[in-house]
Design a protein around this ligand. Structure first.
Ligand SMILES: C[S@@+](CC[C@H](N)C(=O)[O-])C[C@H]1O[C@@H](n2cnc3c(N)ncnc32)[C@H](O)[C@@H]1O
Length: 303
C-alpha cells in the first residue's frame, strides 16, 4: 500500500499553502501565562553546572534586548544553542520568528524545554544534542539566524564552525565573554587582533552590540560578557580557501612576536610574502584582513 497521502489531501494542502488564507505563524507568548523562570528552574532541579558553562539569564528585559539584536525576525528561523532553563528562548518566542530550534546537551533541561514547547506547538523544537557535533544549518529552513548565550567553554569552536558555513546564516547574535567578543571585532595593530578577528571579519561584519555585567547572570561569571553581532558577507570563501586561511592565520599568530618571513616558513615564507607584496619583516598583528586574504589565496594556489 502506498504511504503517500490521498491526492485530495495533497491538493487541499498545497492550495492552502499557496493561498492568502495561510495563517501567520502563531505568536502566542503574550497571551500565554508561563510559570516564572525561577519556579521552573526549582521545579526541575536545574542547578547550574560549571562544566557545561551554565550561567543563566533570568531577567526578561535583558533577554528581550538580546532577542531584538536579530532585527525583524518575521519569517526567520532562529536557532538557539544552549537554552538551559529557557529565559532567552521565551524572549525569542515572543518575536515574530516563524520557528525556534533549541539545541541543549544537558538532559536535566529537556523535560523543562518539552514543557515550554507545549505552549508553542509547531514553533518550538527541542534538539537533544551536543552542538559541537551538529550541523545547525540543517535544523531549519533559511533565512535563519543563531541567537544564543553560548556556553563559554565551547564558544570559539562553535563560532569557527559557523563561519566555515557562513553563507547558511543571515546573522549571528552571540554572547561571549567580553574579551572574546573584543577579539572577534579587534582592529589590526591591537593586542586583541588575532586569528579569530581575521576569520570573523573576513567572512562577516562584526560588532560588539551589548555589554552585560556578571550580576545579570545566575550564577554570576567572573568576567563581563558581551553580545557580538556577526553579519555574513554576501560572498563567502570556498571550503578549501577557508582551510588555507586557517593555516595562514595559525602559522602567523602561532608565533605572533616573530617576523612573518620566519613564522610563515612552513607555508612558503619569503616567497609567499613576495608574491603577496608584503614586507617579510612585518609581524602578523600589523596585517589587514585583506592582506591575510591575499596570503590565503596564494597559499591555496601553491598547494
Ligand atoms: C551560558 S548557559 C545559557 C543558558 C540560557 N540560554 C540562558 O541564557 O540563561 C549555556 C547553555 O549551553 C548548554 N551547553 C553547554 N555545552 C553545550 C553543547 N556542547 N551543546 C549544546 N548545549 C550546550 C548548557 O547546558 C547551558 O544550558
Amino acid at each position: 500500500m502506498s504511504s503517500r497521502p490521498p491526492a485530495s489531501f495533497s491538493a487541499t494542502f498545497s492550495a492552502a499553502r499557496s493561498s492568502k488564507c495561510v495563517p501567520p505563524p502563531r505568536r502566542p507568548s503574550t497571551d500565554v501565562s508561563l510559570p516564572s523562570l525561577r519556579d521552573t528552574i526549582q521545579a526541575h532541579g536545574l542547578d547550574a553546572k560549571k562544566s557545561l558553562g551554565q550561567h543563566f539569564l533570568l531577567d526578561p528585559g535583558i533577554c528581550a534586548r538580546i532577542a531584538a539584536l536579530g532585527g525583524d525576525l518575521t519569517g526567520r528561523s532562529v536557532v538557539e544553542i544552549g537554552p538551559g532553563p529557557g529565559g532567552l528562548t521565551r524572549a525569542l518566542l515572543d518575536t515574530p520568528a516563524s520557528r525556534v530550534d533549541v539545541v541543549e546537551i544537558d538532559e536535566r533541561a529537556w523535560p523543562l524545554l518539552d514543557e515550554l514547547a507545549t505552549y508553542y506547538p509547531d514553533r518550538l523544537h527541542v534538539v537533544r544534542q551536543d552542538a559541537l557535533k551538529l550541523d545547525a544549518a540543517t535544523l531549519a529552513p533559511a533565512p535563519r539566524q543563531i541567537i544564543a548565550n553560548l556556553p563559554y567553554n565551547v564558544a570559539t569552536p562553535l563560532l569557527v564552525g559557523w563561519l566555515r558555513q557562513a553563507s547558511q546564516w543571515e546573522r549571528l547574535s552571540l554572547m561571549f565573554q567580553l574579551e572574546v567578543a573584543e577579539r572577534i571585532c579587534a582592529a589590526p595593530g591591537s593586542s586583541a587582533y588575532g586569528r579569530l578577528a581575521v576569520l570573523s571579519q573576513w567572512c562577516a561584519s562584526c560588532s560588539v552590540a551589548l555589554r552585560i555585567p556578571p550580576a545579570a547572570f545566575s550564577p554570576p561569571p567572573k568576567v563581563h560578557s558581551a553580545v557580538a553581532v556577526i553579519i555574513p558577507h554576501a560572498e563567502q570563501p570556498s571550503p578549501q580557501l577557508f582551510r588555507a586561511m586557517e593555516q595562514v592565520t595559525a602559522a602567523a599568530f602561532g608565533q605572533r612576536r616573530k617576523m612573518l618571513r620566519s613564522s610563515l616558513k612552513s607555508i612558503g615564507g619569503e616567497r609567499l610574502l613576495e608574491q603577496a607584496e608584503i614586507e617579510p619583516t612585518r609581524r602578523a598583528e600589523t596585517l589587514s584582513v585583506a592582506e591575510f586574504a591575499r596570503l590565503a589565496e596564494l597559499n591555496l594556489a601553491s598547494r
